[in-house]
Design a protein around this ligand. Structure first.
Ligand SMILES: [Zn+2]
Length: 211
């Protein structure tokens, strides 16, 4: 069913969220011929660890999305301030509406409305507002999810999981976080796989499904 979607937009509050929540599925969509676009809303300049240039996340998201097979021209990087996306709620909504009108996506991937990070929850809500007439799946970021409905499983091959791991390895500035480790990424894919009797999967909430 996933291969029915041909024009997909991934909404990432911060540069790595899209790869963390849906990296394997992005690789799978591209393999099945979909055009995948990626919008990152903050490059988190205030949170970059010491020793890295302030715009390091911009460099890293370019490399990571390229590893997943996303074309350069399909990557949109906005510079809203980290932890303050809600201050720019309306501007973000207007950017999303412009993207919607220009590209006519048939699927949008975004964070869950049960995600408690303030920036994630802003993008979840504005994304749903802008794309209410489009199919929408919400990806999981378990360290921020108060709850998560396991409604749609995207079966992944070993290659899809490796592609996700290789893409995330580009985030050298974020390497110390637990959820960036190969072990964690592979383990979560196994957990979701075991839930449906397969090796690897990613899991999504179905917000809207229009076929
Ligand atoms: Zn984030």
């Amino acid at each position: 069913m996933l291969n029915l979607f041909k024009k997909v937009l991934v909404l990432a509050p911060h540069t790595d969220d899209g790869e963390l929540g849906a990296g394997g599925t992005i690789a799978k969509l591209i393999e099945s011929g979909a055009e995948v676009y990626y919008a990152a809303f903050s490059t988190a300049e205030e949170s970059v660890p010491e020793g890295f240039p302030k715009d390091i996340l911009k460099t890293e998201v370019k490399a990571a999305t390229e590893k997943l097979g996303i074309k350069k021209e399909n990557l949109f990087i906005f510079n809203f301030r980290v932890r303050k996306l809600n201050y720019s709620r309306q501007e973000i909504l207007e950017e999303l509406v412009q993207l919607k009108n220009k590209y006519k996506f048939d699927l949008v991937l975004l964070p869950s409305v049960e995600d408690i990070h303030q920036d994630h929850s802003t993008i979840a809500n504005e994304g749903i507002r802008a794309f209410k007439n489009t199919s929408i799946f919400a990806y999981e970021l378990i360290w921020n999810n108060l709850s998560f409905k396991t409604q749609f499983f995207s079966i992944l091959s070993e290659a899809h999981v490796n592609s996700k791991i290789n893409a995330l390895a580009e985030y050298k500035s974020q390497g110390k976080r637990d959820y960036m480790s190969d072990e964690f990424i592979r383990s979560l894919a196994r957990v979701r796989g075991v839930q449906i009797g397969t090796k690897y999967a990613e899991c999504f909430e179905v917000i809207r499904l229009i076929l």
